[in-house]
Design a protein around this ligand. Structure first.
Ligand SMILES: [Zn+2]
Length: 191
């Protein structure tokens, strides 16, 4: 998402959408399968417009034990701290997307060291996959989306100034370290 300006509307998939992407006809909410929620269906060509989740990736980048974060220069969460991340392009691997975001947003090459977790929330369109990464090259500098970039000791993370719920939860999980086998359960996660 680097290089974007605020002239654009960054769609997170939450809609609403009025027109069919195939023919430009009007979209209407209709029951397609009786057990499913209503879908957007084109009144003209019958195209069913599924509102899929929107996939994002993040990389908690570490250098000499510190965590490199940027302060967002764009909405949403302008001025808040976050690790590099953004939407995955269609056809791009998650790992490539994570490395690309680190390069674009804080100027570094990273080696992904582990998958932290996948974050999804009821009613929210965005699903975030977060990796832990080690800085292996480049020079730390903020891209166009950063007001500033700073490296934090784990004890100095600005918990009250983080951008998103997934930012906080991923950092917490990252700092807890890898789960031992059988130690955790995904079923117990709070909604
Ligand atoms: Zn149509």
């Amino acid at each position: 998402m680097d290089g974007a300006t605020d002239d654009f509307f960054h769609d997170d998939g939450a809609g609403p959408y009025a027109h069919c992407p195939r023919c430009g006809g009007s979209l209407e909410k209709r029951i397609v399968f009786s057990r499913d929620p209503p879908r957007l269906v084109c009144a003209d060509c019958r195209f069913v417009f599924y509102l899929d989740p929107k996939l994002a990736v993040g990389a908690i980048c570490r250098k000499e034990g510190k965590i490199v974060m940027l302060r967002r220069a764009i909405e949403p969460a302008y001025g808040k701290w976050v690790f590099p991340g953004g939407y995955v392009d269609r056809g791009e691997s998650l790992e490539d997307a994570a490395r690309r975001e680190a390069r674009e947003e804080i100027g570094v090459e990273v080696r992904l060291t582990r998958l932290i977790n996948v974050y999804s929330y009821t009613g929210r369109p965005v699903v975030v996959v977060v990796y832990e990464a080690e800085v292996v090259g480049g020079e730390i500098r903020g891209g166009e989306e950063a007001l500033e970039v700073r490296s934090f000791e784990p004890g100095d993370i600005p918990w009250d100034g983080l951008a998103f719920r997934s930012t906080r939860e991923a950092l917490q999980e990252c700092l807890r370290g890898p789960a031992r086998s059988g130690a955790g359960t995904l079923d117990g996660r709070r909604e």
